[in-house]
Every structure is written in C-alpha cells, then in structure tokens.
Design a protein around this ligand. Structure first.
Ligand code: SAM
Length: 294
C-alpha cells in the first residue's frame, strides 16, 4: 500500500542533493521519507532511468528523471549543481540499495560538497548492512571491501591485504565469480575460516549459508546453477591470530599455486609467511624438506 499523503500540504524540500536509498527487492522496504523526497524532488538522477521507472510508477511518482551512470557522471555534475544553486532539490537513486555504495554517485557527491552545497542522506536498504546484521558475525567492527578483482592473481593479493584484519569483512560478488572467490579466499584465510553467504536478500529466494569458507564453497559447487545477488562475509581474525597451520593448505600446494601465478620462489614464501604469520626461515626449511620428498 502506498501511504496516503497530501502533496499540497507537504513542505517544499530545501535545495540540495538527496541520496535516497531504494529497495533491494522487497518494495515494502521503501521509507516514508524516501517517498516524500522522490515525490517532491525537481529531478531524480537515476543509475538507469528505465529500471527505476518501474519503482517510481509503482509508487505513483512523476518527478522527471535523468540518467547518471559511471560513463556520464562527470558531464552531469555542472547542470545538476546549477539547478541546486537555483533552489532545486535533486534526488539521486541507484538501481537498488544505497546510492554511491559500489554504485554511481561518489563524484557528484564530492563535487556538491566542494561547491559548498548541501548533501542530505535519506538512509534505507543496503545489501552490505542487511547481510551483516543477519549474519551472526561480529558487528562491532566491519570493513566493506566492495567487489573482489576479477583476475585470480589480483584477487589473491586483494584478499591477502585483508587476511589479518580484525574486522568482519564484507564483499559483494557476482554469482558467476563466487566459486572462484571462495576458492581463493579459502587459500588465503584458511579453509576453516567462518564465513556467511547472503543471497537474494529481501526477495522470495532469500538464503543465508553459514559455515566455513570450504563448506560454503562445497555447498555452492554442488548446485547446478548459482543465481542471484550475493554478499559474502568473512569473520575477522582475532587479535594475534595466525591462519591455522593444521587447516591451511599444504605448503607445497601453496607454493606451487603461487609459482604458477608467476611469483618467484622467494616471493611465494614471503607471501605465505605474511599471510600465515609464520617465520620466513621456518617456511623456507619446510619448503626444502617438501622438495626433498618429491
Ligand atoms: N548500492 C547497493 C547497496 O546499497 O547494497 C549495491 C550495489 S552493487 C552494484 C550490487 C551488488 O550488491 C550485487 O552484486 C550484490 O553483491 C549486492 N546486492 C544487491 N542486492 C542484493 C540482494 N538483494 N541480495 C544480496 N546481495 C545484493
């Protein structure tokens, strides 16, 4: 149901840029304030006007729209800032969730602030926060890391930089890359590291998988098809923790994988030492023993 409102008596919005969060899937998640701001805005900048038109039509919102995406954001800024200077309220929405979070808008927001004009958050749905709060993992500290890189080598380096972080780590991932990401995360954080996968949040097929990185990987690998939108969360490392040597992959396998990526033996051992917290000379001796056995 659309909440009743008397447009005529609604106070006009103050001029500025309004960052309006929109539903991730369930339309009931729109907030009353989001509806009022979208109804009253002079213009709504949308990541994709056709996509957002469905949401706007559903709620009977007729404000004019303009596209603002990664490829035209820079050229859109000047006319939008001029409109705000002339007294307009401009709303910014993305396809789903909170604008500017792994979505367009960051440049416009920075330029609006630099121009001394007001920016108003209109908070609401956000996949990272929805997944975190229902994950059961520690919420006292978290680090939103966005999408992991697509290339295997870069992805491992990206995970390695986070491997000793004490905060719960939050990643966005596409369904066709999640198995690769879980495999690489298992190699870096250790396969037994606790993790949660949140899929299709707020939609009919919403699902949470909770277990170790290896359990999540095995679960998804057993499916014919992996669909939907995904948030992956990995538990942070308790202070002074190192990757569990028992559960970490065999040293020989780790070194071979890094050599195959093009690292030298010395760099491979350095990297393993960094991510496991073990001494370089200890690892070097173990590696010599592995080579002696093969
Ligand atoms: N700005 C959005 C937000 O506030 O969450 C995120 C936009 S980003 C381009 C899209 C990614 O967010 C998806 O690939 C997925 O990782 C995550 N996501 C969005 N909706 C989701 C949902 N309903 N369930 C799980 N993850 C979702």
């Amino acid at each position: 149901m659309i909440p009743a409102s008397d447009h005529a008596t609604e106070p006009a919005l103050a001029p500025g840029l309004y960052l309006v969060a929109t539903p991730l899937g369930n339309l009931e998640d729109i907030t009353l304030r989001a509806l009022r701001v979208l109804r009253s805005a002079a213009r709504i900048a949308c990541e994709d006007t056709r996509h957002s038109q469905k949401l706007l039509s559903h709620f009977g919102i007729a404000a004019p729209t303009i596209s603002l995406h990664l490829h035209n954001e820079k050229e859109r800024v000047a006319p939008l800032l001029d409109a705000i200077r002339n007294g307009a309220a401009i709303a910014l929405i993305s396809d789903a969730g909170t604008p500017a979070l792994s979505d367009p808008g960051g440049y416009l927001i920075a330029q609006t602030i630099a121009a001394g004009l007001p920016v108003f958050p209109v908070p609401g749905p956000c996949a990272a926060i929805a997944a975190l709060t229902a994950s059961g993992l520690d919420t006292s500290q978290f680090l939103f890391a966005g999408f992991p890189p697509h290339r295997a080598g870069e992805r491992r380096t990206f995970f390695e930089a986070l491997a000793q972080h004490p905060a719960t780590l939050i990643f966005y991932e596409a369904p066709h890359r999640i198995l690769d990401s879980l495999t690489d995360a298992g190699a870096v954080f250790g396969p037994s590291q606790p993790a949660v996968l949140a899929r299709e949040l707020t939609k009919i097929h919403e699902e949470f998988l909770r277990g170790s990185l290896e359990e999540l990987r095995a679960n998804l690998a057993s499916r014919d098809l992996i669909r939907g939108e995904i948030v992956l969360l990995i538990a942070g490392q308790p202070a002074n923790a190192t990757v569990d040597a028992e559960s970490a992959p065999d040293l020989a396998q780790q070194v071979q994988a890094l050599l195959a990526e093009g690292l030298t033996q010395q760099d491979a051992l350095k990297r393993i030492a960094r991510q496991s917290g073990r001494g370089k000379s200890e690892l070097y001796r173990e590696w010599q023993r592995c080579k002696g056995r093969s």
